[in-house]
Design a protein around this ligand. Structure first.
Ligand SMILES: NC(=O)c1ccc[n+]([C@@H]2O[C@H](COP(=O)([O-])OP(=O)(O)OC[C@H]3O[C@@H](n4cnc5c(N)ncnc54)[C@H](OP(=O)(O)O)[C@@H]3O)[C@@H](O)[C@H]2O)c1
Length: 292
């Protein structure tokens, strides 16, 4: 449902009707989240009669808060740290995407009162590469993934499920990478050093390179000419890893695109509009993030 036109002097204020659709993001803390800004942009662009709000909820109140949101008529919510695992318990149905990722990041409150949980991080990651590297496919060659944390799991599962022929995990804590490889199964292994020589894709899922963290020290020289380098970090927008990839003439994909694309399925379900990721959205959400 779209909003009625409003007088010019009210243009900066969201005007909701009694039918307004509501969604939000559950986290603790949640003040750092860019999701309200992101969804707010799409709500405004599409003139949706609705709102997307930050929902700071303590871990011990999570389940109760989710049920209350459903009772209050919310359409659903995003779930972020530290609730992504706890969210399984409140779902009546969990999509394979969430089971594979080991985390729920999107809740849909259905009309029949049941709650559906899914995970859109892996989808967002794949879509961000497809957007920035036209024609890219996960089955086009081996991939190397640095890290073995929460985001590594979502990205690794998405790559394997999209046909990646061989995936190698490299992590500071090797045992964590081994456990992840065992859990996911398929053509996935663990190595001490990144096997870049035949890699079609290199992904950083560690926090190295993030503002305030040490840079990721990795010589990209062995990567083949057609390789793609992706970094989940988006603060700064251009990490030293991405700058090094570009300097070598390689395609480089930053983490902001994943953040934007992972939001699309939830917005479509809650607000009934398929939103697009474009330059205007990027600029709006990236405002204030250091470029490098
Ligand atoms: N673009 C997006 O939409 C998006 C989404 C999710 C996350 N992210 C970004 O992805 C990054 C990781 O997030 P996460 O949720 O996966 O975190 P996490 O679960 O805490 O995992 C962190 C990973 O980084 C590694 N690591 C941390 N410090 C390190 C160091 N000094 N040297 C080597 N390895 C180190 C950890 O290795 P150990 O196992 O040895 O501790 C682990 O593999 C963050 O920068 C986050 O902002 C981006």
């Amino acid at each position: 449902m779209t909003r009625a036109p409003r007088p010019g002097f009210l243009r900066a204020m969201p005007i909701l009707s009694g039918h307004a659709r509501l969604a939000g993001i559950l986290g603790w803390p949640v003040a750092h989240s860019r999701s309200p800004r992101l969804h707010g942009f799409w709500l405004e662009r599409h003139g949706v009669d609705g709102a997307y709000v930050p929902l700071p909820v303590r871990p011990e109140r999570f389940a109760q808060a989710v049920r209350s949101l459903a009772d209050l008529g919310f359409r659903g919510a995003n779930v972020t740290i530290p609730h992504k695992e706890a969210a399984f318990a409140v779902c009546d149905e969990v999509a394979p995407s969430a089971r594979r990722a080991g985390a729920v990041n999107t809740l849909v409150f259905r009309e029949d009162g049941t709650i559906e949980g899914s995970n859109t991080d892996g989808y967002g990651f794949l879509e961000s590469i497809r957007e920035e590297v036209p024609g890219w496919r996960a089955d086009r060659g081996p991939a190397v993934l640095l890290g073995a944390g929460g985001s590594a799991r979502a990205v690794a599962a998405a790559l394997l499920d999209a046909g990646c022929p061989r995936l190698t995990l490299v992590n500071r804590t090797r045992a964590r990478a081994e456990a992840l490889a065992r859990e996911l199964g398929g053509p996935i292994g663990v190595a001490e050093r990144a096997p870049l020589g035949d890699a079609a894709l290199l992904v950083n899922t560690t926090s190295l390179g993030m503002q305030g963290q040490p840079p990721l020290e990795l010589d990209l020289a062995p990567l083949p000419a057609g390789a793609v380098v992706a970094d989940l970090v988006y603060v700064p927008l251009e990490t030293p890893l991405l700058a090094a990839a570009r300097a070598r003439g390689l395609a480089a994909v930053g983490g902001l695109g994943m953040l934007l694309h992972q939001a699309r399925p939830g917005f479509a379900r809650w607000f009934g509009v398929e939103p697009q990721v474009d330059a205007a959205l990027r600029d709006f959400v990236a405002a204030g993030i250091p470029p490098r």
